[in-house]
Design a protein. Structure first.
Length: 200
């Protein structure tokens, strides 16, 4: 046990000496500092801007139009499903009352009515799933349309500006406000949208 701790102590001592020599002779530093200077030079040459994509899309007129259209369809689907669900619940309640007071002529007739209601409930559940899937698809299509619209406009915008990079601010931890082009891009996108859709 003592032999093992002695070996560990020697290895640690040698490691400390090597680190000390490297630190004070500057061997490791000169390589790093030259590569750091090269990287800084490359970064300094890059022309970078960023947009707050979530804020931009939230205030984009097309986004507001698509949201209104989505809300109308969501309400229509909710009303369609709600009406069918209410009618089913009413029929199921009437069936239960009729069954309790012995209103069916035969047991076979009661079973047929129960089976019809079970099938109807399954249809309503399928309708709910279909409508939910349609809404999810519509929401995805809307998001894709908004992102495509933003990217296409940024490509046009950048022809004159000649930025090397236009980043999403969600990926920018720290950056100068002068590089934030969100408001300018939003105004131009809204002008362009209103010109193409004067009635919307």
């Amino acid at each position: 046990m003592k032999g093992t701790s002695l070996i560990v102590a020697i290895v640690l001592s040698v490691a400390v000496v090597i680190l000390y020599v490297l630190h004070f002779t500057g061997t490791g530093r000169s390589r790093n500092s030259s590569s750091d200077a090269q990287q800084a030079g490359e970064m300094g040459a890059a022309k970078i801007a960023y947009v707050k994509a979530d804020s931009l899309i939230l205030n984009y007129d097309l986004a507001q139009f698509l949201h209104e259209e989505f809300t109308k369809k969501q309400e229509a689907f909710t009303n369609e499903y709600g009406a069918k669900r209410s009618a089913f619940e009413r029929e199921a309640g009437e069936f239960q009352q009729k069954l309790q007071r012995g209103g069916f002529l035969t047991e076979q007739r009661a079973i047929q009515e129960r089976d019809r209601l079970v099938n109807k409930e399954q249809e309503i559940n399928r309708l709910d799933q279909e409508l939910s899937a349609k809404l999810a698809e519509l929401q995805q299509a809307n998001q894709k349309q908004l992102i495509d619209s933003l990217i296409n406009y940024l490509k046009i915008y950048n022809i004159g500006k000649k930025f090397d990079y236009i980043l999403n601010s969600a990926d920018v931890l720290v950056g100068p406000e002068a590089s934030n082009i969100t408001n300018e891009v939003l105004q131009q996108m809204n002008k362009r949208y209103q010109a193409a859709n004067p009635k919307k």
